[in-house]
Design a protein around this ligand. Sequence first.
Ligand SMILES: CC(C)(COP(=O)(O)OP(=O)(O)OC[C@H]1O[C@@H](n2cnc3c(N)ncnc32)[C@H](O)[C@@H]1OP(=O)(O)O)[C@@H](O)C(=O)NCCC(=O)NCCS
Length: 196
Amino acid sequence: MIIREMTFDDISEVAELERRYSQTPWDATGLLSWWMRDDTLFLVAGEESTEGADGAEAPALEEGAAPAGRPEAAEGTGADGGNGDEAFCESDMEYVPPVVYGYVGLVMVPYESDITNITVSGDCRRQGIATALFQELFRRCPEKGVSVIHLEVRESNAPARALYEKLGFAVDGRRKHYYTEPTEDAILMTRKLRDP
Ligand SMILES: CC(C)(COP(=O)(O)OP(=O)(O)OC[C@H]1O[C@@H](n2cnc3c(N)ncnc32)[C@H](O)[C@@H]1OP(=O)(O)O)[C@@H](O)C(=O)NCCC(=O)NCCS
Protein backbone atom coordinates (compact mmCIF):
# COMPACT_ATOMS: atom_id res chain seq x y z
CA MET A 1 0.00 0.00 0.00
CA ILE A 2 1.16 3.50 -0.79
CA ILE A 3 -0.15 7.01 -0.14
CA ARG A 4 -0.43 8.92 -3.40
CA GLU A 5 -2.48 11.61 -5.11
CA MET A 6 -5.93 10.56 -6.21
CA THR A 7 -6.22 9.98 -9.95
CA PHE A 8 -9.20 9.99 -12.29
CA ASP A 9 -9.20 6.17 -12.22
CA ASP A 10 -9.62 6.18 -8.42
CA ILE A 11 -12.81 8.23 -8.44
CA SER A 12 -15.29 5.38 -8.83
CA GLU A 13 -13.73 3.49 -5.91
CA VAL A 14 -13.58 6.59 -3.76
CA ALA A 15 -17.25 7.22 -4.61
CA GLU A 16 -17.97 3.68 -3.46
CA LEU A 17 -16.22 4.40 -0.14
CA GLU A 18 -18.38 7.51 0.15
CA ARG A 19 -21.54 5.56 -0.64
CA ARG A 20 -20.77 2.91 1.94
CA TYR A 21 -19.39 4.95 4.80
CA SER A 22 -20.50 8.57 4.59
CA GLN A 23 -23.74 9.88 6.01
CA THR A 24 -23.82 12.52 3.28
CA PRO A 25 -21.92 10.83 0.45
CA TRP A 26 -20.31 12.61 -2.46
CA ASP A 27 -21.08 10.86 -5.73
CA ALA A 28 -18.54 10.39 -8.52
CA THR A 29 -19.64 13.60 -10.23
CA GLY A 30 -19.20 15.64 -7.07
CA LEU A 31 -15.80 14.06 -6.40
CA LEU A 32 -14.71 14.71 -9.96
CA SER A 33 -15.65 18.37 -9.83
CA TRP A 34 -13.75 18.88 -6.57
CA TRP A 35 -10.76 16.87 -7.76
CA MET A 36 -10.52 19.03 -10.90
CA ARG A 37 -10.13 22.22 -8.88
CA ASP A 38 -6.69 23.77 -8.50
CA ASP A 39 -7.33 24.54 -4.85
CA THR A 40 -7.90 20.97 -3.68
CA LEU A 41 -5.64 18.07 -2.81
CA PHE A 42 -6.93 14.49 -2.62
CA LEU A 43 -4.73 11.66 -1.38
CA VAL A 44 -5.58 7.98 -1.42
CA ALA A 45 -4.19 4.98 0.40
CA GLY A 46 -4.11 2.27 -2.20
CA GLU A 47 -2.16 0.29 -4.69
CA GLU A 48 0.21 1.78 -7.21
CA SER A 49 -1.56 4.01 -9.74
CA THR A 50 -1.64 2.96 -13.38
CA GLU A 51 -2.33 6.56 -14.35
CA GLY A 52 0.09 9.36 -15.11
CA ALA A 53 -0.17 11.48 -11.94
CA ASP A 54 2.55 9.66 -10.02
CA GLY A 55 4.80 8.98 -12.91
CA ALA A 56 3.36 5.65 -14.05
CA GLU A 57 2.20 5.11 -17.62
CA ALA A 58 -1.31 6.40 -18.34
CA PRO A 59 -3.81 3.85 -19.73
CA ALA A 60 -6.18 4.61 -22.58
CA LEU A 61 -9.37 6.21 -21.29
CA GLU A 62 -12.79 4.96 -22.33
CA GLU A 63 -14.61 7.04 -24.91
CA GLY A 64 -16.26 10.03 -23.25
CA ALA A 65 -14.17 9.79 -20.08
CA ALA A 66 -12.50 12.90 -18.74
CA PRO A 67 -8.74 13.13 -19.19
CA ALA A 68 -6.33 12.85 -16.29
CA GLY A 69 -5.15 16.12 -14.78
CA ARG A 70 -6.93 18.97 -13.10
CA PRO A 71 -8.56 21.37 -15.59
CA GLU A 72 -10.68 24.43 -14.83
CA ALA A 73 -12.37 24.89 -11.45
CA ALA A 74 -15.90 23.54 -11.07
CA GLU A 75 -18.54 23.62 -8.38
CA GLY A 76 -19.07 20.61 -6.10
CA THR A 77 -20.96 19.49 -3.05
CA GLY A 78 -20.18 19.43 0.64
CA ALA A 79 -19.97 16.48 3.00
CA ASP A 80 -19.26 15.74 6.61
CA GLY A 81 -18.22 12.07 6.39
CA GLY A 82 -20.08 9.18 7.94
CA ASN A 83 -19.38 6.64 10.60
CA GLY A 84 -20.21 3.29 8.94
CA ASP A 85 -18.47 0.05 9.81
CA GLU A 86 -19.38 -2.34 6.98
CA ALA A 87 -16.74 -4.66 5.57
CA PHE A 88 -15.13 -3.53 2.32
CA CYS A 89 -11.56 -4.67 1.80
CA GLU A 90 -9.48 -7.42 0.25
CA SER A 91 -11.01 -9.89 2.72
CA ASP A 92 -14.43 -9.44 1.03
CA MET A 93 -13.77 -11.47 -2.12
CA GLU A 94 -17.35 -11.24 -3.44
CA TYR A 95 -16.78 -7.54 -3.87
CA VAL A 96 -14.24 -6.41 -6.45
CA PRO A 97 -11.00 -6.07 -4.45
CA PRO A 98 -10.45 -2.37 -3.90
CA VAL A 99 -7.39 -0.53 -5.04
CA VAL A 100 -8.29 2.29 -2.68
CA TYR A 101 -8.47 1.61 1.07
CA GLY A 102 -9.02 5.17 2.20
CA TYR A 103 -8.77 8.79 1.17
CA VAL A 104 -8.56 12.32 2.44
CA GLY A 105 -9.53 15.59 0.77
CA LEU A 106 -8.34 19.11 1.45
CA VAL A 107 -9.50 22.47 0.07
CA MET A 108 -6.86 25.19 0.32
CA VAL A 109 -7.05 28.96 0.67
CA PRO A 110 -3.41 29.50 1.64
CA TYR A 111 -2.28 29.82 4.24
CA GLU A 112 -5.40 28.04 5.57
CA SER A 113 -7.16 24.86 4.51
CA ASP A 114 -10.14 22.63 5.35
CA ILE A 115 -10.51 18.89 5.35
CA THR A 116 -13.41 18.03 3.03
CA ASN A 117 -13.56 14.34 3.94
CA ILE A 118 -11.56 11.41 5.33
CA THR A 119 -12.74 7.83 5.03
CA VAL A 120 -11.07 4.46 5.50
CA SER A 121 -12.68 1.23 4.34
CA GLY A 122 -14.40 -0.68 7.15
CA ASP A 123 -12.14 -3.77 7.19
CA CYS A 124 -8.98 -1.68 6.96
CA ARG A 125 -9.46 0.45 10.05
CA ARG A 126 -7.14 0.67 13.07
CA GLN A 127 -4.16 -0.11 10.86
CA GLY A 128 -2.84 3.45 10.71
CA ILE A 129 -4.22 4.25 7.24
CA ALA A 130 -5.90 7.54 8.22
CA THR A 131 -2.78 8.48 10.15
CA ALA A 132 -0.63 7.78 7.09
CA LEU A 133 -2.93 9.87 4.88
CA PHE A 134 -2.71 12.80 7.29
CA GLN A 135 1.07 12.48 7.70
CA GLU A 136 1.44 12.75 3.93
CA LEU A 137 -0.97 15.72 3.91
CA PHE A 138 1.11 17.43 6.63
CA ARG A 139 4.26 16.80 4.56
CA ARG A 140 2.76 18.30 1.38
CA CYS A 141 0.97 21.32 2.90
CA PRO A 142 4.00 23.61 3.42
CA GLU A 143 5.02 23.37 -0.24
CA LYS A 144 1.50 24.55 -1.13
CA GLY A 145 1.71 27.50 1.26
CA VAL A 146 -0.66 25.91 3.75
CA SER A 147 0.23 26.17 7.43
CA VAL A 148 -3.15 25.68 9.14
CA ILE A 149 -5.67 22.85 8.70
CA HIS A 150 -9.25 23.18 9.91
CA LEU A 151 -11.92 20.53 10.07
CA GLU A 152 -15.33 19.88 11.55
CA VAL A 153 -16.60 16.62 12.97
CA ARG A 154 -19.88 15.36 14.39
CA GLU A 155 -19.84 15.61 18.15
CA SER A 156 -20.74 11.90 18.43
CA ASN A 157 -18.03 10.68 16.03
CA ALA A 158 -15.69 9.34 18.71
CA PRO A 159 -13.33 7.44 16.35
CA ALA A 160 -12.70 10.51 14.20
CA ARG A 161 -12.30 12.80 17.19
CA ALA A 162 -9.80 10.40 18.75
CA LEU A 163 -7.89 10.28 15.46
CA TYR A 164 -7.74 14.06 15.16
CA GLU A 165 -6.64 14.53 18.77
CA LYS A 166 -3.89 11.97 18.29
CA LEU A 167 -2.76 13.85 15.18
CA GLY A 168 -2.46 17.11 17.12
CA PHE A 169 -5.72 18.84 16.20
CA ALA A 170 -7.12 21.03 18.98
CA VAL A 171 -10.78 21.91 19.55
CA ASP A 172 -11.39 25.59 18.87
CA GLY A 173 -15.13 25.93 18.38
CA ARG A 174 -18.55 24.44 17.95
CA ARG A 175 -21.28 25.03 15.33
CA LYS A 176 -24.72 24.45 16.79
CA HIS A 177 -26.97 22.10 14.78
CA TYR A 178 -24.50 22.12 11.88
CA TYR A 179 -25.35 18.58 10.79
CA THR A 180 -28.73 17.16 9.83
CA GLU A 181 -30.15 13.62 9.79
CA PRO A 182 -29.60 13.50 12.68
CA THR A 183 -29.24 17.08 13.79
CA GLU A 184 -26.01 17.46 15.67
CA ASP A 185 -23.39 20.05 16.60
CA ALA A 186 -20.11 20.19 14.74
CA ILE A 187 -16.91 20.30 16.76
CA LEU A 188 -14.36 22.55 15.07
CA MET A 189 -10.72 21.53 15.27
CA THR A 190 -7.50 23.08 14.00
CA ARG A 191 -3.90 21.99 13.58
CA LYS A 192 -1.07 24.42 12.95
CA LEU A 193 1.77 23.08 10.83
CA ARG A 194 4.05 26.09 11.18
CA ASP A 195 3.73 29.85 11.60
CA PRO A 196 2.31 31.58 8.47
C1 LIG B 1 -12.13 7.97 11.47
C2 LIG B 1 -11.42 7.02 10.51
C3 LIG B 1 -11.03 7.81 9.25
C4 LIG B 1 -10.14 6.47 11.17
O1 LIG B 1 -9.41 5.73 10.22
P1 LIG B 1 -8.33 4.62 10.67
O2 LIG B 1 -7.49 4.30 9.49
O3 LIG B 1 -9.02 3.49 11.33
O4 LIG B 1 -7.47 5.42 11.75
P2 LIG B 1 -6.02 5.01 12.31
O5 LIG B 1 -5.84 3.53 12.22
O6 LIG B 1 -5.00 5.86 11.65
O7 LIG B 1 -6.20 5.42 13.84
C5 LIG B 1 -5.33 6.34 14.49
C6 LIG B 1 -5.84 6.60 15.87
O8 LIG B 1 -7.15 7.18 15.83
C7 LIG B 1 -7.92 6.72 16.97
N1 LIG B 1 -9.01 5.88 16.51
C8 LIG B 1 -9.27 5.46 15.26
N2 LIG B 1 -10.39 4.71 15.23
C9 LIG B 1 -10.85 4.65 16.51
C10 LIG B 1 -11.96 4.02 17.11
N3 LIG B 1 -12.86 3.28 16.40
N4 LIG B 1 -12.12 4.18 18.44
C11 LIG B 1 -11.27 4.90 19.17
N5 LIG B 1 -10.17 5.51 18.66
C12 LIG B 1 -9.97 5.39 17.32
C13 LIG B 1 -6.95 5.88 17.80
O9 LIG B 1 -6.26 6.77 18.69
C14 LIG B 1 -5.99 5.37 16.73
O10 LIG B 1 -4.75 4.97 17.25
P3 LIG B 1 -4.57 3.45 17.78
O11 LIG B 1 -5.17 2.54 16.76
O12 LIG B 1 -3.08 3.32 17.93
O13 LIG B 1 -5.31 3.40 19.09
C15 LIG B 1 -12.32 5.81 10.13
O14 LIG B 1 -12.86 5.25 11.32
C16 LIG B 1 -13.46 6.15 9.19
O15 LIG B 1 -13.29 6.12 7.97
N6 LIG B 1 -14.65 6.47 9.74
C17 LIG B 1 -15.83 6.76 8.91
C18 LIG B 1 -15.70 8.09 8.20
C19 LIG B 1 -15.57 9.23 9.19
O16 LIG B 1 -16.18 9.26 10.25
N7 LIG B 1 -14.76 10.23 8.79
C20 LIG B 1 -14.56 11.43 9.60
C21 LIG B 1 -15.54 12.49 9.19
S1 LIG B 1 -15.29 13.99 10.12
